[in-house]
Write a protein of this length. Sequence first.
Length: 261
Amino acid sequence: MSTSKSHSPSQPKSTSTPPSKSKPIMIIGGVVLAATLLGVASYATTKPSSPSASSGAAAEVSADPSAGVYPELEAYARRDAADGLALGRADAPVVLIEYADFKCGYCGKFARDTEPVLVKRYVDAGTLRIEWRNFPIFGEESEAAARASWAAGQQGRFWQFHKAAYAQGAKEKGFGKERLAALAQEAGVPDLARFTRDTDSAAARAAVSKDQEQGYSLGATSTPSFLVNGRPIAGAQPMEAFTEAIDAAARAAAKKPGPKA
């Protein structure tokens, strides 16, 4: 199986606050270490390499389910049952957080090839919850698509919009206003006038900014980047990287003592 890579622009044109200005002044040790891992992995997954080279270093899973896991990072999961940009039970034992950009080709590959399998195998079984974080890094159209996805989520159609925006060839058509409206219609968003208002709203900008700040605080410099119960994974890794991480996290969660009566 070939290894997919993350998408990291050499000269991002994002209108968001630059990472250097958005990182918190003081970050706990686990987050600092995760930032180092994601930064190194981001370089490893974007540098030129031979076809046989592997970019899965940050995603390797030890026989010890706690290896490579930073408990402080589990708190990044929101577990909000009303979150329209999440899929799966709020109390699922494993949470996969995805930081992604709709203009990122490797994010699209993950969305088309890997995510549906994870949904069928783990989300439908109640083991996994997937929480989306908008992390636009490719300029104004990325920002607009991120806000549009949030707007679709306000009407319960985020994942349908996600599927339409990541369809093969979709990003090549761009994410201008008319195109975003067409994607919303394809996704079955019921109130398109509200969708347009929500897309341009201060609430949408604040929600996207909040997601960006979280990604920047982790040191994410490319898309897609992930957390699986506190385990950082950078890039659209092979399926095995995700299934092994999820299985290890589920085993570890099963060993934790439950709430006292």
